[in-house]
Design a protein around this ligand. Structure first.
Ligand SMILES: [Fe+2]
Ligand SMILES: [Fe+2]
Length: 262
C-alpha cells in the first residue's frame, strides 16, 4: 500500500506557512510515502519564485504542480529546466522550459506526476487536454503509479476527464477553483477522483485574497491588485490517496480540510 498526500493550491505566505507547520505531522500521522502540492499561487498568489520553491521542498514537498499561473513570474524560466520536481502544464501551445509529466523514483516507489490545464472558461489557450493527455499515455511505459493534477475551472470538464481516463491512471485530482468539492471517490475502473482539492491559504478570504478587494471588484468594478493578509489564520486543503501497488489503482481517497483556528 502506497499513500500519497496531494495538497491543493498553496496561496501566498499563509499557504506556505501552513505547509511548513503542518506537513511533518501529516506525513507521520497518515504514513505518507510521497507528497505532491500545487504551487501555482505560492508567491503572493501569482506563480512561484525560486526561494518559495526551496521553502516548499524543505517543508517536505516531493513534487510541485502548476496551473494557469505557471508563467506569472519571469524568474521561473531561469530555473524550471533544472527544477525537475516542478511539473508545469503539459498541453501548452508555446515552447516553454520544464516538463508536463515526470517520473519520480525515491528508491522505494516509482510515481509519475502529470499536470494538465483545462480548456473551459480559462484565458490561456491550450491544446485540447483530452487529446494531449491521451497522447502522453500512449508514449509512456505503463506500470507506474500515475497522479494527474487536472487544473481546470469547470466541474463538467473535470468529471468528464475523470471518467475518460478512469482505470488508466491512479488518480485524477482537480485543482484551480480553490474550493474543496464533496465528490471525492474511487471511480468504477479504480482511479481516485475529486473535482477540486481546495486551497491552502487564508481561511477568511476569497480564494486566498482579502475579501474587501474582491467585493470591490465584483460590486463596484474596481480593478485593484489582489492582495493577501499574511497574518490571517490558515486553511490547509488536501487529499490522501491510498494505492494498491499490485494494480497501481486507488483503493481510497480521503479529503483533509484543516482550519488553523480550530
Ligand atoms: Fe490556484
Ligand atoms: Fe489556477
Amino acid at each position: 500500500m502506497i499513500k500519497i498526500l496531494f495538497i491543493g493550491d498553496i496561496v501566498a505566505k499563509v499557504g506556505r506557512r501552513m505547509v511548513q507547520e503542518l506537513l511533518p505531522d501529516l506525513v507521520k500521522k497518515h504514513q505518507i510515502d510521497f507528497v505532491i502540492a500545487n504551487g501555482e499561487n505560492a508567491t503572493h498568489g501569482k506563480g512561484i519564485i525560486y526561494n518559495h520553491y526551496q521553502q516548499l521542498k524543505q517543508a517536505g514537498v516531493d513534487a510541485i504542480t502548476l496551473g494557469n499561473h505557471y508563467d506569472d513570474r519571469d524568474e521561473i524560466r531561469t530555473f524550471l529546466d533544472a527544477a525537475t520536481d516542478i511539473i508545469r502544464p503539459i498541453n501548452l501551445l508555446n515552447d516553454y522550459p520544464g516538463v508536463g509529466s515526470a517520473l519520480f523514483d525515491n528508491g522505494r516507489i516509482r510515481i509519475r506526476v502529470t499536470n494538465v490545464l483545462g480548456s473551459a472558461f480559462l484565458l490561456e489557450k491550450v491544446e485540447n487536454p483530452f487529446i494531449a493527455f491521451d497522447r502522453l499515455l500512449t508514449t509512456i511505459e505503463p506500470g507506474d503509479i500515475h497522479i494527474v493534477d487536472f487544473h481546470a475551472e469547470a466541474t463538467a470538464e473535470k468529471r468528464s476527464f475523470g471518467y475518460a481516463f478512469d482505470g488508466r491512471v491512479s488518480a485524477i485530482i482537480g485543482t484551480h477553483t480553490h474550493i474543496q468539492t464533496r465528490d471525492a471517490k474511487i471511480l468504477p475502473a479504480g482511479s481516485a477522483y475529486i473535482s477540486d482539492v481546495g486551497m491552502t491559504g487564508a481561511e477568511e478570504s476569497v480564494l486566498g485574497v482579502i475579501p474587501d478587494i474582491t467585493i470591490r471588484r465584483f460590486w463596484h468594478g474596481e480593478n485593484k491588485f489582489f492582495d493577501y493578509d499574511d497574518k490571517a489564520a490558515g486553511l490547509l486543503s488536501a487529499v490522501v490517496i491510498t494505492i494498491d501497488e499490485n494494480t497501481n489503482l486507488a483503493t481510497k481517497i480521503t479529503p483533509l480540510y484543516i482550519l488553523e483556528h480550530e
